[in-house]
Design a protein around this ligand. Sequence first.
Ligand code: ATP
Ligand code: MG
Length: 789
Amino acid sequence: ARPGTADLLEDLNPAQREAVTHAGGPLLVVAGAGSGKTRVLTRRIAYLLGQRGVHPGEIMAITFTNKAAAEMRERVAALVGKRANAMWVSTFHSMCVRILRREAKTLDMSSSFSIYDSDDTKRLITLVARDLDIDPKKYAARTLAVHISNLKNELVDPDEAASKAANDLERRVAEVYTEYQRRLASANAFDFDDLIMRTVSLLQAFPDVAEYYRRRFRHVLVDEYQDTNHAQYTLVRVLAGTEATDTGIEPAELCVVGDADQSIYAFRGATIRNIEEFERDFPNAHTILLEQNYRSTQTILSAANAVIARNPNRRAKRLWTDSGDGEKIVGYVSDNDHDEAAFVAGEIDSLAEKGEADYSDVAVFYRTNNQSRVFEEIFIRLGLPYKVVGGVRFYERREVRDMIAYLRVLANPDDTVSLRRILNVPKRGIGDRAEAVVATHAERERISFWAALRDAVEDKVALLNPRSAKAITGFVTLLDELQEMASSGTEVHDLLEAVLERTGYRAELEESDDPQDASRVENLTELVTVAREFAEFTAEVTNDENAELVLDDGVPAPGSLPAFLERVSLVADADSIPAADGGEEGDGGAGVVTLMTVHTAKGLEYPVVFCTGWEDGVFPHMRALGDPAELAEERRLAYVAITRARQRLYVSRALTRSAWGQPQMNPASRFLDELPPDLVDWRRLEPSSPGFGNFGSSSGSSSGPRAATTWGRRSSTSSTSSSSPFGKGWKETVALKLDVGDRVSHDKYGLGTVISCDGIGPRATATIDFGASGKVRLMLIGSVPMVKL
Ligand code: ATP
Ligand code: MG
């Protein structure tokens, strides 16, 4: 039975109800974590369909991950049935791919275009920079890529970039950008940022195209609005048609939800401005605040509020819950990162034993992916079922990328980056020189690399030696055969098998002595399995009674090669998060513990959350220590981390951590200091093992977070080599020898006096009084940005 209005609104509070039923002008729902923003969005869609007679095809909803999109679709389907399938519920990127596939011709592209990820992008930029004689030492491809990405997020096209360029770097960037776009176009490819930027420019440049989508989508809904960047913001405006007054089409109803305190993607150009100035951008906007939190205990909420309250220039929010205080937060200081992981594992074990939590109730968060390794080691040792989300992703592995490159070339032979990637993989006698000769020919004739290879077969490429020409002929013939298979409808997994077989790629790995190559073979087998499952899954969907609703324009045929490639290109870390409801079949129902970065955890909730590595230099990240804007972003990240927890929250840190090969001593995270002392039960404050000198002893036997953090507050740490991950300014001064009373000058803290020295050799540390910057404990080995005066 479908729920009626009463059911749809019943378990909502008045403010939520208002947001669900609001009709007419643009609506902004701003509220803190766990106040039901996502629930409101889902419910609003169900209400539109069930009560306002809106057709599913008129709805476009944008979420932050593909997984969130799938969940939202499922929830709406549970409320209104299969009609939900005709909605567009997707990420910004997937939505744009869909529009671009449909409109490719208008942009002079083919609908079988490739999508370049950051690795492809870097490859192409490297090629372009080389051709433009740009010194890679002066401007690395990475730097150029970041600048171009920023320009795209700001919707600055190459011409504008060139005319605005004010210094050498900007001029070089503009030059590379221009050529890079040209090459993307001739490769029939878009990069990630293009997906958004080109969709915006398409809609702006072709009013009839824009009109089509405006007539179609009468409701545009956006979750996590605080993380939209300028390009995405503009896209929303253009799609909703809120500024098009001359078309005679009423603007779509726009509903965005978000929380400025949870904006954590500034590095991708996200700007809080979009949420803060919504009312100015959309003059007839209505704003609704949600203040009741339904997720967390009062203790967790108070902790989150105390931390975020330290950020300057924010609008204070009232957030309350009636769920009671609940458990205290558990704090733990360990000697090192292994002990920290052991504590986490032990705690999870005992919660499970006591029946207080299933494994799937638990999430472990860290700041960066490389921190997952120690957890994995101990979880494996103890047999704790877990899943790491993110990290070096399956699709980033070399052998997988090689195969994807083959498939891409079969779908889109103009995809030059992929084509050049596989040109001599496995080795077939087409060397760098031959590649360069073909590339030059392509440039000169203004044809694609693929067309130039064909010319080589026909002996039309000057300066190509006969051996290379023969090798190229073999390669082109092979691709022609495979392409024949692809276009005659061979399924993707069979196609993959054929590629592995006929190229000799698998044979080469199988014959190798390198144990890594054995695991490469396994990964390739896995890829074939993924493709097979994809085919089976899409076959199911196609047989679905409502299939015609699913098969919309802009979507490649189910199970097809383009559909598979699209799926692979747009897969994100968060898409592989295990189900929260007891896990997969056959695991006894207890599921697995989920390990992930805080960024990936956005929007999620878990009964039990471990926040690990809360150390200055880890979280907040080293990069943020001297930069107020970055520090504010880290604090928002801490707020996101804390507010994922429903019942139990753990915070921990390690006194030393083996990052980049050598132990590194980290002071307590300032965020620990910011937790109200009475909310935290410090299980352990003192290091137990000898060898830490008087570390921590200054805290005496008192308890509370202060005791754990009195020493070393704001101190910095050393790194191990001259290729410091902390960037320039870190001088190489191996084993600085200091005595009490010595005067030093530190790059960041300024002038100071040594007040005590501890430890010897790699453990040598000094506590230095930097006056206004406070007392800081520093390691004396490695790259210390400090000199003795
Ligand atoms: P975040 O800012 O983290 O994205 P959110 O504001 O989107 O959080 P939701 O995830 O929608 O919050 O809701 C948090 C939890 O509270 C969910 O478990 C949701 O089901 C529950 N919830 C929301 N509103 C209500 C309500 N009126 N009654 C009971 N539970 C609710
Ligand atoms: Mg949400």
